[in-house]
Design a protein around this ligand. Sequence first.
Ligand code: NAD
Length: 362
Amino acid sequence: MALVPDTAKLLIGAGLEVSLEGGAGAGAYLPDDLYTKAGVTVEGRAGTMLHYADAVLKVQAPRESEIALLKKGALLISFLQPATQGDTIRSLAQHGITAFSLELVPRISRAQSMDALSSQASASGYKAVLMAADRLGKFFPMMMTAAGTVAPARVLVMGAGVAGLQAIATARRLGAVVSAYDVRPAVKEEVQSLGATFIELPLETQEGEGGYAREQSDEFLRKQRELIGEHVAKSDVVITTAAVPGRRAPLLVTGDMVKAMRAGSVIVDLAAETGGNVELTQAGKDVDVGGVTILGTRNVPSTMALHTSQLYARNVANLLLNVVKNGALALDFADEITKGCCVTHGGEVVNERAKQMLGTPS
Ligand code: NAD
């Protein structure tokens, strides 16, 4: 949910009138009456509001039929996936919408409270470990019982960004022996400080701009798979989170590597929706490969809707309030945050990163 009662109060306190599509909070256990108590007007249908709203807050990008209903000049804040949803971006521009893409919020300290990629990735990393623990026919911690001692589970986390670090911390809390790998050696200390082993491979680093990885060559990925293979084979759980912004997820684990794992092992591929880090992943499905389960669950944050909505709604409200002055929208394109994440405005695609992703010359 892009609005929770607490953030509604925040927006109303800033002089805005807030409306909600009736029942929209049900999936996050937020009934309409909680919103009404916070001062929100609950409308029967979203369509009615789209006609008159000056600002629309959503989770996923709007459908074409919704874009057609939006008021010209309206502000939209949601995930827009500019790297893959070019048609949506072009349509938003054509309809004169001022669209903010949460994927493009700059990673500067002032924007940290608006960083929905991080808040949702953190939830995914946490939940990935619980999903794996649930499917693994083993304990995570070492257990000393009268019937014998059980060795702790071995967890390998590939990609130690926001989701990966949260996965490491969660697996450690459950008592597993954790190792992790990332193409950015800068994360080594963070991995170690969480009590995990950082796997160092004899490969050149792939550090890109803004703390992200840069796109890697096929040759690099081939060598990486070769070198990481033995670590994958001896793991009970592999959690993959590797991503390069605006690109297909890098392929880290081949089908042969999965087949070399012990039956009963579990892989959670958090990159399932952007092409998968694991060759045999199927987005939205569980796949069994010789007794190894690969979970390709889509939209993992939505499986923890109460807390992820709370965090997401706060990110969205902070981003909206950054462009509100005296109860009205006041866009300032000299502001680094507005400039960084506003994708369409005044009938055009205005964002350089989005233009690159769409392949439009700037
Ligand atoms: P991401 O989701 O784009 O990628 C996840 C991880 O995958 C990254 O750590 C990346 O290096 C890694 N990766 C890419 N290709 C790989 C490969 N072939 N093998 C192994 N790993 C691979 O990144 P993210 O989690 O959104 O963020 C990355 C970093 O950005 C964070 O660790 C942090 O340092 C920084 N960050 C900064 C801020 C801020 O300053 N406000 C906020 C959030 C994150």
